[in-house]
Design a binder for this molecule. Structure first.
Ligand SMILES: Cc1ncc(COP(=O)(O)O)c(C=O)c1O
Length: 166
């Protein structure tokens, strides 16, 4: 038997339905009820002190746990509110006013990512959205041809509609 099956009971919705989505709102682990209770308890009993008693450090601690799974060093993974806002944090590090102002992405990215980078043209970015011929494969050659003077290639590790994992 697959040893991963022992985790199945931790996701109650799997007992009621076939739940295939994993890169958007995944199946809720049963432990979430207790965690949300702890969160409310800290807020209720500690009020604003809850920030310095754990909340501020939580994004770093959770990042380190994810990093351990990915083989990243402690402190390498930075967690943010959502994917699109994380792209905004990264993009804010680049000065698109200079000559190296190109952003390359493929049209298989999630729509909000494409909207976000298209709007970076207002900051001077030259945005190249490369078309995938079949909606499944990355057009590597087309992308690499565009990579001169490109400080930034936005490339996700999992494309949402093709379930293509890099
Ligand atoms: C692959 C992928 N990228 C980006 C997003 C956008 O995420 P967010 O709404 O957190 O910005 C999603 C949302 O499901 C996604 O599946």
């Amino acid at each position: 038997m697959d040893e991963l099956l022992k985790w199945r009971d931790e996701f109650p919705i799997l007992g009621r339905t076939t739940y295939l989505i994993s890169n958007s709102l995944g199946a809720m682990p049963r432990g979430v009820y207790a965690c949300l209770h702890d969160y409310a308890e800290a807020w209720d009993t500690r009020g604003v002190r809850a920030w310095e008693e754990g909340w501020w450090e939580m994004a770093v601690k959770v990042g380190d746990r994810i990093g351990a799974l990915l083989g990243a060093a402690a402190g390498d993974i930075s967690l943010h509110q959502n994917v699109t806002l994380t792209q905004a944090v990264i993009a804010s590090c680049f000065d698109f006013a200079g000559p190296r102002n190109k952003v390359v992405l493929v049209d298989m990215e999630f729509p909000s990512i494409i909207y976000f980078y298209t709007e970076q043209q207002r900051r001077g970015a030259r945005v190249e959205v490369v078309k995938s011929e079949d909606g499944i494969c990355i057009p590597w050659r087309d992308c690499s041809l565009l990579l001169t003077r490109t400080p930034y290639w936005c490339r996700c590790h999992m494309f949402f509609f093709a379930a293509l994992t890099l």
